[in-house]
Design a protein around this ligand. Sequence first.
Ligand code: 42X
Length: 344
Amino acid sequence: MNTGELYVRGTGVWLPPAERVADAVADGRCDPAVARATRMESVTVSAGDAGPEMAVRAARTALARACAGPADIDLVLHASFYHQGFDIWAPASYVQHHSVGNHCPAMEVRQVSNGGMAALDLAWAYLAADPGRSGALLTTGDRFCPPGFDRWRSDPGTFYADGGTALVVSRRSGFARVRSVATVSAPDLEGMHRGDDPFAAAPLGHRPVVDLEAHKRDFLARYGTSPAVARVSAGQETVVKQALAEAGLGLGDVDRFVLPHLGHRRLQVAYLAKFGIDPDRTTWSWSRTVGHLGAGDPFAGLDHLVSEGSLGPGDTCLLFGVGAGFSWSCAVVEILTRPDRRDR
Ligand SMILES: CCC(=O)NCCNC(=O)CCNC(=O)[C@H](O)C(C)(C)COP(=O)(O)O
């Protein structure tokens, strides 16, 4: 359980234009049956901007909205999980250099799709550890592009999108209070994204294009599908209960749900049906036009709810993160004031 107060001072998102799923189906890039099962409408696709470049743009937006400068940021954490543009390089330092421009620690968090929420959990504990620390900049950025990744086929059931997201958090003040963040893991499921392949000597060493379905097939053949589904479900349930309990809330007290940008079938199984969540009280109607932003879905979803003005003082949001590993995070965020929408 984290100690002390934590507030959200600013959110930022930078997304490239979206490509329609229907167009990808029409020209054979996307399987029609998978498209139907996901009910996705479009996916944001970068024409060339790399993950860190998009993260910098999102960071600048979040810092400006937070009215935060170099002295307000005591930690930079950048989460991603696909190629960042260079083989041996420090993306978190790039984000720090081109956004906040200060000299605090800047580090990467690589926990696959749960990286953004993991960064939030870690940042809270880091800031609480020293009364001299007050704020953190958390970013995500990924570009899931050819030749090594097929956004439509590398992980059937999830369409991968390109974009950058950012959050500025503070121990002092903000438009929203983070009432709890919980994270749990199930390392016995790590094989689901490794399969039967040996460790490779270089990126894409097993096959020219990432094929998560192949790894999952290998793993489920050994672990069993029902046990895996049950284990994933149990992990998600545990983290939600922990986050709600630490916030002193019940699920019925939550006003809005920020869900991972998974396809509809996966969302239905893992969230909507499981927790009895009304889709209209989630970010689904928007996330189906964006796609899976890797580690950035929770930050992007919160930014969207704030930007659309659907949240007012006293409203609570439940942010969900899930990542291969598996790891799950869940955060309760309470809106304190309606941010000035003129800058959104
Ligand atoms: C690799 C990117 C990443 O971290 N994604 C988050 C983890 N993946 C998911 O949550 C997708 C849903 N998949 C699962 O829950 C497990 O693979 C299941 C439950 C074993 C099978 O689900 P399915 O592939 O049939 O939708």
